[in-house]
Design a protein around this ligand. Structure first.
Ligand code: DAK
Length: 258
C-alpha cells in the first residue's frame, strides 16, 4: 500500500516514519493514523529493523487530531466509532522501541503520540501541549495519564486545565524529553540512537522496554519480581553468551537476536 500522509524509509536497521500533511500541520486524521499504524506494523514484522524513529516537520510534529474531522461528531458516533482507537494505540503497543524526534508543535493527539513513544528527542523549537480544554473537551488518547507520569501532577494539571504549552527547555527539565538536539541534526541523531539500540540483542531490548513500562503499571515489589524473572530468562539466549564472551575476549559483540 502506498502512503499519502506519511513517508516511510529504512536507514540501516532503523525504520523512519515521517508524518507528512504539511497543509494541516500534520493534523492526525483518520487516514494518517491508519497509515501510521500500518507502517509501525510493517517495521514490527521486519526482522532487519531493530528500532523506529517517528518525526514530523520543522514546524510541527503533529498539531493534534484533525479538528475539522472531529467537529461534527456526536456522542453516539464518537463512542461507536471509538475514534479508531486501535490505530491510535499502535505506537504505544509497538514491541520494538520507537523514538520520537519532535520539532515544532506536538499538541493534543500529537503530544499523546510522542508520549507513547519510548524516548522523546526534541529540537529547541518543540512545543508540547494538551490544548483540548480550549475546544471544550479533554485529552482522549492517554494525555491525562501519560503527562502526569512524565512531568508530575502540578505541571500536568496546569497544562491540561489551562492549555498552556511547554517549550523544549521546560520539557527537558521536567523529564518529558530526553535531550534537546539542534533542529537540523535532530532526525540524524534520533536515527543514530535507533542504530545503537538496533545493534543490541532484540530480545534483551524488548524485555528491557517491557520492564520499564511495567514500572508505570505496578508496585515496586511486583516490578522488581518481574524484572528478576526477565533477567534470569535472558540467560537462555545465545546473545547473552555472545555478549559476555565478547567482553571477556575484549571484542565487539555480534548479537543475532537469538
Ligand atoms: N486539526 C485540523 N487542522 C489543523 C489542526 C488540527 N488539529 N491544527 C492546524 N490545522 C490547520 C489549520 O486549520 C490551518 O489550515 P487552513 O486554515 O490553512 O486550511 C493550517 O493547519 C495551519 O494552521 P494555522 O493557520 O492555525 O497555523 P498557526 O501557525 O497560526 O497556528 C497552531 C498553529 C498549532 C497553534 C494552531 O494551528 C492550533 O492551535 N491548532 C490546533 C491545536 C489543537 O487544539 N490540537 C488538539 C486537537 S484535539 C482519541 C485520539 C486522539 C484525540 C482524542 C481522542 N481517541 C483515540 C479516543 C486527540 C484530540 C486532539 O488532538
Amino acid at each position: 500500500m502506498a502512503f499519502e500522509t506519511i513517508t516511510v524509509e529504512t536507514r540501516g536497521h532503523v525504520g523512519l516514519i515521517t508524518l507528512d500533511r504539511p497543509e494541516a500541520l500534520n493534523a492526525l486524521n483518520k487516514q494518517l493514523v491508519g497509515e501510521l499504524a500500518t507502517a509501525i506494523q510493517r517495521f514490527e514484522d521486519d526482522p532487519a529493523v531493530g528500532a523506529m524513529v517517528l518525526t514530523g516537520s520543522e514546524k510541527a510534529f503533529a498539531a493534534g487530531a484533525d479538528i475539522k474531522e472531529m467537529a461534527e461528531k456526536t456522542y453516539p458516533t464518537a463512542m461507536i466509532e471509538d475514534f479508531i482507537a486501535h490505530d491510535w494505540e499502535a505506537v504505544g503497543k509497538a514491541r520494538k522501541p520507537v523514538i520520537a524526534a519532535v520539532s515544532g508543535y506536538a499538541l493534543g493527539g500529537g503530544c499523546e503520540i510522542a508520549m507513547s513513544c519510548d524516548i522523546i528527542l526534541a529540537s529547541e523549537t518543540a512545543r508540547f501541549g494538551l490544548p483540548e480544554i480550549t475546544l471544550g473537551v479533554i485529552p482522549g488518547a492517554g494525555g491525562t495519564q501519560r503527562l502526569v507520569r512524565a512531568v508530575g501532577k502540578a505541571k500536568a494539571m496546569e497544562m491540561i486545565l489551562s492549555g498552556r504549552f511547554m517549550n523544549a527547555e521546560e520539557a527537558e527539565r521536567a523529564g518529558l524529553v530526553s535531550r534537546i538536539i539542534p533542529a537540523g541534526e535532530l532526525v540524524d541523531e534520533a536515527v543514530k540512537v535507533g542504530e545503537k539500540i538496533a545493534d543490541m540483542s532484540l530480545p534483551a531490548v524488548m524485555l528491557a522496554k517491557s520492564c520499564v513500562d511495567r514500572a508505570f503499571e505496578t508496585t515496586l515489589a511486583e516490578g522488581m519480581t518481574f524484572e528478576r524473572a526477565v533477567f534470569y530468562s535472558l540467560f537462555a539466549t545465545e546473545d547473552q553468551k555472545e555478549g559476555m564472551a565478547a567482553f571477556v575476549e575484549k571484542r565487539q559483540a555480534r548479537f543475532r537476536d537469538r
